[in-house]
Design a protein around this ligand. Structure first.
Ligand SMILES: [Zn+2]
Length: 184
């Protein structure tokens, strides 16, 4: 489970990037974002990979470049939403410093790192404020944010349980930050 300290770091990182990328509308299409803002840091290639992986990423510490290999066999139209999430997940590993962190320690489990990258991707592609202002319809939201309905379902559970735990003061602060970031 991700600590509240790390959750805060993830949401701050997401908010910074949304600002930096000038995200004004949804869905966020990851291939364009990565090409535009990480052209020199991320190389995306489509390769024929045997097996079930959608995306494989490899960090080259010498050149500080991440190679993202997309499985050619997994890019049919109905898998595009999953691919979008996978690319956001890989961006999460990069911006949360997982590769450098992982090279220097083995105290944190790989599962934990994966959980953080998934959390990053969910927050990045489906920002909480943008999510809760819309009616809850899984299929429709899945098209709006271009993620699978599984991601929408999980996001719904997370947002609800976290909001329940928040104090009135925290909620007020969240709204102020949203107003600053998204003008809502
Ligand atoms: Zn990962």
């Amino acid at each position: 489970m991700i600590s509240s300290y790390r959750l805060n770091i993830i949401s701050v990182k997401v908010q910074e990037l949304h600002k930096q990328f000038n995200i004004a509308e949804f869905p966020i299409k990851m291939p364009q974002i990565l090409k535009k803002f990480y052209g020199d840091k991320i190389v995306i290639k489509q390769v024929d990979i045997q097996g079930s992986a959608d995306v494989v990423a490899n960090y080259d510490s010498i050149h500080d470049v991440t190679a993202i290999i997309i499985n050619k066999n997994r890019t049919s139209p109905h898998l595009h939403k999953r691919l979008n999430f996978s690319l956001a997940h890989e961006l999460g590993h990069i911006v949360l410093g997982h590769y450098k962190f992982y090279a220097s320690t083995n105290k944190v489990s790989l599962d934990y790192i994966e959980e953080e990258a998934n959390e990053f991707a969910a927050q990045f592609l489906v920002p909480e404020r943008q999510f809760i202002i819309r009616p809850y319809d899984e299929k429709w939201l899945s098209d709006i944010f271009f993620v699978s309905t599984e991601v929408i379902k999980k996001r719904y559970e997370h947002v609800n349980s976290r909001n329940k735990a928040k104090s009135t003061e925290q909620k007020k602060l969240d709204m102020m930050i949203d107003k600053y970031l998204f003008d809502v």
